[in-house]
Ligand binder design. Sequence first.
Ligand code: FAD
Ligand code: FES
Length: 292
Amino acid sequence: MRLVGAELVESREILPGQWLQAYHAPAIANGSRAGQFVHVRPGDWSGLVLRRPFSINTADAASGIITIHFRTVGRGTEWFTRLRPGDVIDMLGPLGRPFEVDRQSRHLLLIAGGLGMAGVRMLADEALRDARQVVLLFGAASARDVYPSNLLPDEVEYVVATDDGSMGHHGLVTALIPEYEAWADQAFACGPYRMLEALAKQAAGRRQRLGVAKLGRKKGGGKPVAIGSPEARRKAYLQVSMEQNMGCAVGACLGCVVMGVSGTPQRVCREGPVFAFDEVDWEKGWPPGMAS
Ligand SMILES: Cc1cc2nc3c(=O)[nH]c(=O)nc-3n(C[C@H](O)[C@H](O)[C@H](O)COP(=O)(O)OP(=O)(O)OC[C@H]3O[C@@H](n4cnc5c(N)ncnc54)[C@H](O)[C@@H]3O)c2cc1C
Ligand code: FES
């Protein structure tokens, strides 16, 4: 984890209210992994005290550039849209635990709902670099919210679902899963809580549906593994990247917990943001007000 001055290189509105920003931050770009995030401080004069967390959308160690993709929802995110190339902001990262891909997995299914694209986008780059195949299922409310395909690598098979049917499949992105679940060795998701909960339920019944006990699973599958450990994620068919309001983002304030199946609260900033789907207690996992 590094605290750096990150220089804005490029900033553009890629969808209504959604921004893609590139920063020169070599110390963070070098060593970041898909699923991790940065914690960024708005400027002193803004009156905003807390840092804001953003997924690392892409990271390129060679150029030292990382990108973030965010939606303007309040004062902090609006402040970032007013930055201009050459401005330097205070950035802490990389933070949190990354997605874990089993070395034998060849077919990766990525599932993103809305801004959840930012949570899985970098995994597509990592997977293609390692000669894996990637299908990315993306759900949005309407065509106007659909992530532009030209911002994805050509090798990614990109499948869109919209709630109103204005582009791609008419309906929820979760309806697309049955077509791909036998193909996929592992699945990785980021998006609204309800979407992740639905995917976790689908994943729980996958073994019975496919009629295989250990599809894609390796030796040692019966050993207990610690919640939050890389092995727990690597063994899971589905990994989810969770969001939670954050204070410190370094594990100290306990402001970001979700409930684990063991009854132990899990800090999204330290044990997460990536969890194996069966590590989260989906009934109790979310504080009131966030379950939408
Ligand atoms: C690990 C992590 C990664 C994230 N990655 C991204 C990303 O890549 N792109 C992106 O657009 N957003 C991301 N978020 C959410 C983002 O941090 C918030 O939208 C942002 O902090 C809001 O700041 P604000 O000052 O504009 O809004 P505020 O004025 O602080 O809040 C405005 C509204 O947004 C809600 N909100 C604030 N923080 C969160 C949060 N963490 N999750 C859900 N709702 C929130 C508030 O409840 C309020 O309703 C991520 C959050 C986490 C925890
Ligand atoms: S934000 Fe402080 S413990 Fe996670």
